[in-house]
Design a protein around this ligand. Structure first.
Ligand code: DGY
Length: 417
């Protein structure tokens, strides 16, 4: 069976009717950024299903504009923490935090691939704009976008959060049973120390009914993050272009782009020659070079200063791009966001490089991504040195990256984007 067919089969297999699971077992709900990748993947062969995916995602939007990171359409006890723990207050049972805002950028790509979807894109544009406004209102620090929970960045256990996590007292978090380690080898997942703190932050959010003003006062965790800053900056550029096409008022978005461009520069850490995360409460950089550091090109920032360190990271492994600097202390090649290579990040980084003329590095990352899938199937993430598939298998967004970018039809897709 061709890899194209396998990838399409994975999308069908994880399709729950209107929304797609990241993978069965480990993640039995609709995840925000996973879903945006799924929408794009479907659009390569079934645009109508692609648009529906985004519409279902938007249907979970809260009154204040927030778009949750998980929508719990149907309760499933095989996942923890579920709807009864999160107690989200949107139209669909949900978590109380958001995730990297890549949906608008995928919507722009889908529109290029399927112009007949324009009415559906027009209907979603104001909702996406409201979501982005929510970030601008509640998550900025000096123009950079912050996360208030490690899960908000999508890079759950990245070393970026280690310092800020130490400031969280989780002694009273109570008893709970994890489900993730029943699906996947615990050595590939976050530790109990991490989970205690993840839950403590959820409990704090619930204690104020996810009121952002109140949460701002009591949440000890606030980290300005390259993932959020660069994805939102890119999303705003795509919203600007689509807004002009749809005759929307885009003056506010132009201002946001300036703010975010300035904010991105507050993440430049000369000590690591790269874009870093900043612990807002501690007032210091975290000193972490990661795959998110390489998202500047995706954000439309052509920054040659960032090249040498990222080039070193690429050349340090067989299958780039590792999620954490392979030369750094604490690099763990199989543990989730502390080392493994993630195809979805490779796509964001690599396609951004291609757009900005960083051709050789972008092509290397794309080829490495393709080789991983050719050799080891569509896993959640992979060992960057020997390619071992890790985390969940038959993964939706990995399949989408094959269909839209890394796979055999990539020339067509690049032409369309
Ligand atoms: C998980 O459950 O590991 C998810 O990444 C949280 O979003």
């Amino acid at each position: 069976m061709t890899l194209d067919k396998q990838a399409r089969d994975i999308l069908h297999m994880n399709d729950k009717g209107g929304y797609t699971l990241p993978t069965h077992g480990l993640y039995p709900y609709q995840w925000n950024w996973d879903s945006a990748f799924a929408a794009w993947g479907f659009t390569t062969f079934d645009p109508d299903r692609g648009w529906t995916e985004l519409e279902t995602l938007m249907s979970g939007q809260w009154d204040d504009g927030m778009l949750p990171h998980i929508l719990f359409h149907r309760s499933d006890p095989s996942y923890f923490p579920g709807p009864d723990v999160w107690k989200g207050r949107g139209p669909i049972a949900s978590s109380g935090i958001s995730q990297p805002p890549v949906a608008a950028t995928f919507m722009a790509k889908m529109l290029a691939m399927d112009p007949s979807g324009e009415p559906r894109a027009r209907a979603m544009w104001p909702k996406l704009n409201a979501w982005h406004r929510w970030f601008m209102e509640w998550r900025l620090d000096d123009g950079a976008v912050c996360v208030t929970h490690p899960w908000e960045a999508g890079r759950d256990n990245a070393p970026d959060w280690d310092g800020a996590m130490k400031a969280i007292n989780a002694d009273d978090v109570g008893e709970y049973t994890r489900r993730d380690t029943g699906h996947v080898d615990p050595a590939m997942r976050p530790t109990k120390y991490d989970y205690d703190r993840y839950l403590k932050l959820v409990q704090l959010g619930v204690s104020v009914d996810w009121d952002q003003a109140k949460l701002r006062e009591i949440n000890p965790f606030r980290v300005a993050d390259p993932t959020m800053t660069f994805t939102l900056l890119r999303a705003q550029r795509d919203m600007l272009a689509m807004g002009q096409r749809f005759s929307e008022d885009v003056a506010e978005i132009e201002g946001w782009i300036t703010t975010l461009e300035q904010g991105a520069q507050t993440l430049w850490n000369p000590d690591i020659d790269g874009y870093d995360s900043r612990d807002v409460n501690a007032g210091s950089f975290n000193g972490v070079l990661s795959n998110a550091s390489a998202l500047c090109w995706y954000a439309g920032i052509k920054d040659d200063r960032a090249l040498p360190a990222i080039e070193r990271m690429v050349n340090a492994v067989t299958y780039s791009l590792a999620s954490f600097d392979p030369d750094a202390e604490g690099f763990e090649p199989l543990r989730y966001w502390r080392g493994p290579t993630w195809p979805i990040m490779n796509y964001l980084v690599g396609s951004g490089m291609e757009e900005q003329g960083v051709d050789a590095l972008g092509a290397r990352i794309r080829d490495d991504t393709a080789r991983l899938m050719e050799l080891n199937g569509f896993a959640e993430y992979y060992h960057p040195i020997d390619g071992t598939p890790a985390g969940g298998g038959t993964f939706t967004w990995t399949a989408a990256v094959w269909l839209g970018w890394a796979g055999d039809n990539r020339e067509d897709q690049r032409g369309a984007a």
